[in-house]
Ligand binder design. Sequence first.
Ligand code: 13P
Length: 258
Amino acid sequence: MPKRAKLVVGNWKMHGRLAENATLLQAVAQGTGELPADVRVGVCVPCPYLAQTQSLLEGSRVMWGVQDVSAFTHGAYTGEVAASMVTDFGSTLAIVGHSERRAYHRESAELVAVKTQRVLEAGLTPIVCVGETLEEREADLTEQVVGAQLDEVLVKLSEQEAARIVVAYEPVWAIGTGKSASAQQAQAVHAFLRSRLAAKGAAVADVPLLYGGSVKPENAEELFGQMDIDGGLIGGASLKAQDFLAICKAAGAISVSG
Ligand code: 13P
């Protein structure tokens, strides 16, 4: 039986407009009211909608945040958003190192580590994403790749800082493809990541480890039932209130207190 509390976070990516966000956020705020107390839920939205998100989620149990932050604290960096700025809107979460940013914006492992530091300094919880491509999996490089991605972040953090992060394992081949990793495949990588975290110190061993990549209402409970899978980072299904709430409910069904 899993022993850690569950965390389910929606990553809206570059989706949403004011009117549809309002409907979605209201439904999520309302629908999560019934979940067991130890299931935590969050949404990471595009920055322009942070104020709207704050006004609609304040007072609910749903946390919110962003999908990226600048590696700099402030200054002449046109187009960038600093971690401290997102705290002005009540955010508590920030995704860093999503594979889409690593691939399309050439973010290096080192840059991801610096961004993680900025997020922690601002008092937010970083959700650090790691994951292998299909080619890397087929070449049997999964552990090497995700281990190196995680280590690059851990080496820059103290044990106390590392204990404040969340890690999301998102195999690139499972993102947006409809083809999730099997629960066994995901658990195997999570167990490996857990051992890497534990090597950093006792306080880091229980860092939440989320799985992301084609999580749906149909596969959520099996995935979340694995020993080292503490919840999910949800893309496409987080845009539909009914699906997102069903995934949160699946987390509740196997939560510690549920
Ligand atoms: P999908 O759930 O759409 O596969 O996306 C996963 C993801 O990238 C979440 O960050």
